[in-house]
Design a protein around this ligand. Structure first.
Ligand code: PLP
Length: 393
């Protein structure tokens, strides 16, 4: 058997989005591209902002000698200074380039953080519904994830969180705004979580890191201000990317930022730089680092996603779906009208609408719809969504 049993099993568990992608291809072949409405993928259809292309052209016209060579594993100094400057502006906490490591996207950043912090058998606490890769990332480094269920608004159940933290807990991983719910954690939620973290640190005599996976940080609506974790816990680390805020998922560019006052900071940074190198990333892509240096305050048109959120939310609730109104990112996580979310997603497929069952995010009974798509795709899905729910009412 060429593939290990463990990986075969993981592939089975983590295959929902890919499965939908493949079924989409087959349905499109059968019914024509324009007659299949694929709301299963979080791959933004919008292009990066104009500033990105101007910068790309300017670099191509004026190449910097040596710019494609190896560099320090933490990344280019000027890029880390730019990221630190932006974070200082946003948080009013003084970050320096030393607090930043450039990474291969948020996925790369999370692997570096987990590898640095965990010994075999250690745990990260995560919150359902979650980005499915978390379990696999933890396993990459001999650890595992412990899942905390949500309340009815997809916020952490604090009692269950308290029970989930053990002496083996090295980190608590949050994702806000959230994939798949679009829910944003308020300062109050962060404060409650961190109070429990500190209570548990005291009880067990351990150090617990709050890690925030925030590739959707800039995609928030309703004029909300982003509540940063750095205000709530000194042992805090952000793992993020420009995959969504600059629409650059294919360029694999992101970063890690550690709280400037984190105890043992230098030891952790040295560990993370080592892991960035030895996981084989070596350093984040050089060209992408040059490009994002001057784009730290630039974001895609968030209003566009907000309009799509408003449109889809109002249509779904009119149809009778129960949906928590997303405050950011570009996903919605409606309740399926039957308990079996996989069966309901199959029903949607019969209507040529592709969605991902909540089971794929550790929360059965719901399904995820993406709206980082063309208006025609979202509009085209509406009759199928309506017909599917009407069969159960
Ligand atoms: C919650 C979450 N975390 C991490 C990632 C990975 O992002 P990146 O493409 O920057 O690795 C994604 C991508 O969709 C995501 O939704």
């Amino acid at each position: 058997m060429p593939v290990s049993n463990k990986i075969k099993n993981f592939m089975e568990q983590g295959s929902w989005i890919r499965k939908m992608f493949e079924e989409g291809i087959s349905l499109k072949r059968q019914f024509g591209e324009e007659n299949v409405f694929d709301l299963s993928l979080g791959n933004p259809v919008i292009d990066p902002p104009q500033e990105f292309f101007s910068k790309l052209k300017s670099i191509a016209d004026n190449p910097i000698s040596g710019m494609h060579r190896y560099m320090p594993n933490a990344g280019l100094l000027e890029t880390r200074e730019a990221v630190a400057g932006q974070l200082t502006d946003e948080t009013m906490i003084a970050f320096t380039a030393n607090d930043i490591i450039m990474t291969c996207g948020a996925g790369g950043a999370l692997n570096v953080v987990m590898k640095t912090l965990m010994d075999p058998g250690d745990e990260f606490v995560i919150f359902a519904p979650f980005f499915v890769e978390y379990h696999f990332y933890a396993d990459n480094h001999g650890g595992s994830c412990k899942v905390v269920p949500p309340d009815r608004n997809f916020l952490p159940d604090l009692d269950a969180f308290r029970d989930a933290v053990t002496p083996k807990t090295r980190g608590v991983l949050i994702n806000s705004p959230n994939n798949p719910t679009g829910v944003l954690y308020s300062s109050e939620v962060l404060s409650n979580l961190c109070e429990i973290i500190r209570e548990k640190e005291e009880e067990y005599g351990t150090k617990i890191y709050l890690v925030s996976d925030e590739p959707y940080r800039r995609l928030i609506f309703d004029n909300l201000k982003y509540p940063h974790i750095f205000d709530h816990h000194v042992r805090s680390i952000v793992a993020t990317s420009h995959s969504k805020d600059l629409a650059l998922p294919g360029e694999r560019i992101g970063y890690i930022a550690i709280h400037p006052d984190c105890p043992d900071k230098q030891e952790i940074i040295d560990g993370m730089v080592f892991c960035n190198r030895t996981l084989g990333f070596v350093n984040a892509p050089a060209l992408a680092q040059h490009l994002v240096t001057s784009l730290q305050s630039v974001t895609v048109d968030v209003g566009l996603y907000e309009r799509k959120r408003n449109f889809l939310y109002s249509k779904l609730t009119d149809m009778g779906y129960s949906v928590v109104r997303p405050q950011g990112a570009f996903y919605m996580f409606p309740k399926a009208p039957i308990d079996d979310d996989v069966e309901f997603v199959d029903k949607l497929k019969e209507e040529r609408v592709l969605a991902v069952p909540g089971t794929g995010f550790g929360l059965p009974g719901y399904f995820r719809l993406s709206y980082c798509l063309k208006d025609e795709t979202i509009e085209g899905a509406l009759p199928g969504l309506s017909k599917a729910i009407s069969q159960y009412s």
